[in-house]
Design a protein. Structure first.
Length: 157
């Protein structure tokens, strides 16, 4: 079975964050990025400045609704993960991929509001990154990087 990892960006505001996600996605071996809602898309100088051209190497698609992308990927056999702090979430440190999860989609959300319940309810599992300092969250592009590399590691065990 071909291993595949996709990221779905839901309403990311910042072009710098979008660029950083492209660059990290390329480094981690992400197959495709869906840029949903208000998430900015290339070409744009602020995206390209941070991505260092990674948007040319990682396949991407602009989509209006993240929920439609999620439903389509589910039909295609993807295991859908949301990265969000939620009472139903499992720590990324404790998360175990189901044995049959050869295709994963990771959903990341808005820098301020995160992911809405309408998205979370469509996912197979919600994961979070434990915070050990005073702040309650990480920058979305940093959190994406941590989760993406961990998921790639889990997929290739």
């Amino acid at each position: 079975m071909k291993k595949e990892i996709i990221v779905i960006c839901h309403n990311i505001r910042s072009r710098h964050n979008a660029g950083s996600i492209f660059r990290t996605a390329d480094g981690a071996g992400v197959n495709k990025i869906f840029l949903c809602g208000i998430t900015p898309a290339p070409p744009h100088p602020n995206i390209e400045k941070v991505s260092l051209g990674a948007e040319k190497f990682v396949e991407w698609e602009k989509a209006k609704d993240a929920w439609r992308v999620i439903e389509s990927l589910k039909k295609d056999g993807f295991f859908i993960l949301a990265l969000e702090q939620d009472k139903k979430a499992v720590s990324l440190e404790e998360f175990k991929l189901p044995e049959n999860a050869g295709k994963i989609a990771l959903v990341v959300g808005n820098e301020v509001e995160g992911l809405p319940k309408s998205i979370l309810n469509r996912t197979d599992k919600i994961i979070y990154i434990p915070m050990r300092g005073q702040k309650e969250s990480l920058n979305v592009s940093v959190a994406f990087g941590i989760a993406a590399y961990k998921l790639v590691e889990l997929m290739h065990r």
